[in-house]
Design a protein. Structure first.
Length: 300
């Protein structure tokens, strides 16, 4: 995986993606963070394999059908993996279907576009799948419980792409992983498989490192507003455990190794950022933002 120019990737996608769909999707993940970071080194290039788009539509993932048709007509093809070498069939069970991963029409694609669904307000499921059919092909669209938080305070790039704010992506990742757990990423990055939670929390800490410490307090009010809007019945308990995953990470040797690898392989590449630096950022984030925010939620 080599470094890619976020704007160059989006120019290719914009050329082939239906114009109407751009109003119903927004970017999350590494590309969104790179756009938000702008002229910082992590904003000029990024090591990534995918562009994550979240669908915002009252008809749900069904809104993707014309988009997939349009991209395939423009030469985009299904991006195969070892577990899912081809699109699904009608006879496949929901959990046997591949996600919608499409690669641009080049001889050796370096990335793919992946589409995700938006959860419901108060979403109870950590992850669920929705089925869509495009011609004779069947796909699963994943919906993650806390992904809706990333739609709060969306930014817009100079060329019209809506994208998640890094602080809201951090909030979603923090709430998704109150413990380190044992789930390992199936696809290796840089020749290495990582703990899922450590990968996501490593990104949180990388964002915290790249955004000046004095600006972290600006995250609190949007976090609180988004949490109350998306989880009106559970926001106090959810907010009350916001720092649990980071605290668990600090005492988890493998988790800390994987988080450091993630941070330095992506956003902090070439910056000489050590594992000790990562721990220091984690401690600062807990003291400055996470613990006070948790206390505020518990007492509300």
């Amino acid at each position: 995986m080599r470094e890619l120019d976020p704007k160059a990737i989006l120019e290719v996608i914009a050329r082939d993606l239906p114009a109407g769909l751009r109003k119903r999707v927004y970017l999350a993940g590494s590309l969104a963070a790179a756009l938000a970071l702008g002229d910082r080194p992590a904003g000029r290039s990024i090591r990534t394999k995918d562009a994550d788009f979240i669908v915002q539509s009252v008809v749900g993932p069904a809104a993707l059908v014309p988009a997939v048709r349009r991209l395939k007509k423009a030469g985009w093809t299904y991006f195969p993996t070892a577990d899912f070498p081809a699109p699904g069939r009608e006879s496949d069970l929901l959990d046997e279907l591949p996600f919608i991963r499409l690669a641009p029409a080049v001889s050796a694609p370096e990335y793919f576009v992946e589409f995700l669904g938006s959860p419901r307000v108060g979403e109870p499921d950590a992850k669920r799948l929705e089925r869509i059919q495009v011609g004779g092909e069947h796909y699963a669209v994943p919906v993650f419980r806390f992904m809706g938080l990333t739609s709060w305070g969306l930014r817009e790039s100079s060329d019209g792409w809506r994208h998640a704010d890094p602080s809201m992506m951090a909030l979603a990742n923090l709430l998704s992983h109150p413990t380190i757990g044992s789930q390992v990423m199936e696809t290796p990055i840089g020749g290495r498989k990582r703990l899922r939670s450590a990968k996501d929390l490593g990104r949180v800490l990388a964002i915290a490192r790249l955004i000046p410490r004095e600006q972290h307090e600006n995250w609190v009010d949007p976090w609180l507003a988004a949490l109350r809007a998306w989880f009106p019945a559970d926001w106090r308990s959810l907010g009350g455990r916001i720092g649990d995953g980071v605290r668990d990470l600090l005492s988890h040797e493998q988790g800390l190794e994987d988080a450091h690898f993630t941070a330095t392989f992506t956003f902090l590449a070439g910056m000489g950022f050590t594992k000790e630096n990562l721990s220091a950022v984690a401690e600062q984030l807990l003291a400055d933002v996470l613990d006070p925010f948790a206390e505020q939620c518990r007492k509300a």
